[in-house]
Design a protein. Structure first.
Length: 337
């Protein structure tokens, strides 16, 4: 049984990935400083899987403490690195906080990958590395232009660091570029718990439906899209989680895998904001109180993934429909009352 160190395992995608890895017979340990999450989520992971996951409550920017995890677990066969700050508007206000946190933590971890000869490494990247693209859907070969936010740039620079590191390392690295994760585990026991007021569309929809907000805004209906609102590629968080398990198996089973590779993790479908609102109303029977507001500064007009590489290389297929995404997100919101 391979032992995987999951950083940021108490977060949204991290916790769903723990479940998927455990269900696929991996041994997991968690490293999460819980500055923006709670280790209570590990109780829910135990309820779902029956497995008690140990968390090291350590900040990755603290090299010596992080090293102690490797001293204690010299048999780590791979790392899935989720831990990072991810709030786009906050990164615009505090760029140095984002560069310091997201890049120092990555560099520390790679120093330890080298020192302890860890063979496999999976990095949480983001479709925000593509910036404002013109040609859709985006493939992994789409030329990267300037990212819209410091957050996106920490992911882009992170990928560059990994690509350079892979040239001198014995290990294998895959960067996964996530599109827009939504939904929650079908058990209703884990989901997205924003550490501050949510800025993303899905939790804003469910908070509006449950009455935590009196109304929500659609940011712009005058974009050059089919209904004037922005297009994104929404994908169920458990489908993203499973892509990590498959990527890890791929690295373990393919000794001839490239040292460094990049994969889009998206559904391949673009939905507008109005389409998402309709999908939610249809799936749940809840009516949403919304108004059209001005465009939100920094928003990309439209982006969605070409996921051919993910499907052909890892054999990934999505399990959850847009309807499932809405229903599971709504169940999760209701369970938080
Ligand atoms: N959006 C919106 N109202 C909100 C929050 C988001 O209309 O209250 C829109 C936003 O302008 C974008 C889409 O929903 O077009 C997805 O936004 P989100 O922040 O979830 O993802 P990102 O823009 O980072 O891909």
């Amino acid at each position: 049984m391979s032992k995987i160190l999951v950083t940021g395992a108490c977060g949204y995608i991290g916790s769903h990935t723990l479940v998927d890895l455990i269900e696929n017979n991996f041994e997991v340990i968690s490293l999460d400083d819980n500055s923006r999450s709670s280790d209570n989520v590990l109780d829910a992971v135990k309820d779902i899987t029956g497995v008690n996951v140990k968390n090291y409550q350590i900040n990755l920017c603290d090299f010596e403490k992080t090293k102690s995890v490797f001293d204690e677990n010299p048999d780590i066969s791979g790392i899935i690195h989720f831990a990072a700050f991810k709030t786009v508007p906050e990164s615009v206000e505090k760029p140095l906080l984002y560069y310091r946190n997201n890049l120092n933590s990555l560099i520390n971890l790679l120093e330890l990958v080298q020192e302890f000869d860890v063979p496999n490494f999976i990095f949480s990247s983001s479709c925000s590395v593509y910036g404002d693209v013109k040609d859709l859907p985006v493939t992994e070969k789409t030329r990267l232009v300037r990212t819209a936010s410091p957050y996106g740039n920490t992911k882009k620079v992170g990928e560059e660091i990994l690509e350079d590191f892979a040239k001198i390392s014995n290990g294998k690295i895959i960067a996964l570029r996530y599109f827009n994760p939504i939904g929650a585990h079908p058990s209703g026991l884990i989901g997205e718990s924003p550490f501050s007021t949510p800025q993303n569309l899905m939790p804003i929809i469910t908070e509006t439906a449950i009455g935590k907000r009196s109304k929500m805004m659609v940011f712009g209906d005058d974009y050059p899209t089919r209904d004037g609102s922005c297009i994104r590629d929404y994908i169920h968080v458990s489908d993203i989680a499973h892509a990590h398990t498959l990527a890890f198996k791929y690295l373990e089973e393919n000794k001839k895998a490239e040292n460094y590779d990049v994969l889009n993790i998206g559904s391949g479908n673009g939905s507008t904001v109005f389409e998402l609102i309709n999908a939610f109303e249809n799936a749940t029977g809840q009516k949403l109180n919304y108004e059209v507001a001005d465009r939100r500064p920094g928003d990309t007009i439209a982006i969605y993934a070409n996921n051919d590489k993910l499907k052909s290389k890892l054999g990934w297929t999505p399990k959850y429909s847009l309807d499932d995404m809405m229903k599971t997100a709504w169940n999760w919101e209701k369970s938080q009352l």
